[in-house]
Design a binder for this molecule. Structure first.
Ligand code: 13P
Length: 248
């Protein structure tokens, strides 16, 4: 196992309500302390209440997207300055659901990552191939292309981001990548980062896609898997806590 401290991030996606969130957060808080770093990325409207709940803890919070623009006539967008004001430590950018459903390009994702970093919000940049791309043997090429846009745009700040490898075919399907499949891609990503920054060894590469309490430990045992970006299992305190403990 590597010396990097693990990071487990819950991506709540478009789920939640004030009462459900309060219950989930208190379940997570009650299970502290964790040996790993832990964060939740919640829908924008829940950020203030989440911040209030977590402010005195070491659990961090973040958003699931961030505008590439600083401010202006961008109806519906939320800027990194606003996220920073709400104490966000993280912003997920380039999730495959946004790439697919909102037509986000590699360059837009890179610009969002840069905007987040500019306000001290750590971007969690998601990359990953579809099933068709994997079956066509294109996995390495796809993730390399996605990561390379971010590497070029962030330039000397590249080591400040977190990268999440999320194979699209594993998201919400219950069909996680095997630890070996995930490690193979993480190793490629680490090598690509190594060519870009002397700090690649310290960078966190998360795996996401059907991470559950029963598969988390085997994934975390791989040398280049530094934690997880968790969807469905992040909505149940017992499951999320079990995954956080597996990372410890
Ligand atoms: P699931 O854990 O529900 O597969 O979602 C993964 C994901 O998309 C996290 O960002």
């Amino acid at each position: 196992m590597s010396a990097r401290r693990k990071l487990v991030v819950g991506n709540w996606k478009m789920h939640g309500s004030h009462p459900a969130n309060a219950e989930l957060l208190s379940g997570i808080m009650a299970a502290r302390p964790f040996a790993a770093d832990v964060a939740v990325c919640v829908p924008f409207p829940y950020l203030p209440a989440t911040a209030l709940s977590l402010i005195d803890s070491d659990i961090r919070w973040g958003a699931q997207d961030c505008s590439a623009h600083k401010q202006g006539a961008y109806t519906g967008e939320v800027s990194s300055t606003m996220l920073a004001e709400l104490g966000c430590r993280f912003a997920i950018v380039g999730h495959s659901e946004r790439r697919a459903m909102h037509g986000e390009s590699d360059q837009l994702v890179a610009d969002k990552a840069l905007a987040a970093l500019g306000q001290g919000v750590t971007p969690i940049v998601c990359v990953g191939e579809t099933l068709a791309q994997r079956e066509a043997g294109e996995t390495a090429g796809v993730v390399k292309r996605q990561l390379s846009a971010v590497i070029h745009t962030l330039a000397h700040c590249v080591s400040e981001m977190v990268v999440a490898y999320e194979p699209v075919w594993a998201i919400g399907t219950g069909l996680s990548a095997t630890p070996e499949q995930a490690q193979e891609v993480h190793q490629l990503l680490r090598a690509q980062l190594q060519a870009a920054t002397p700090r690649a060894e310290q960078m966190k590469l998360l795996y996401g896609g059907s991470v559950k309490p029963d598969n988390a430990a085997a994934l975390f045992a791989k040398p280049d898997i530094d934690g997880a970006l968790v969807g469905g299992a992040a909505l149940k305190a017992v499951d999320f806590v079990a995954i956080c403990r597996a990372a410890g």
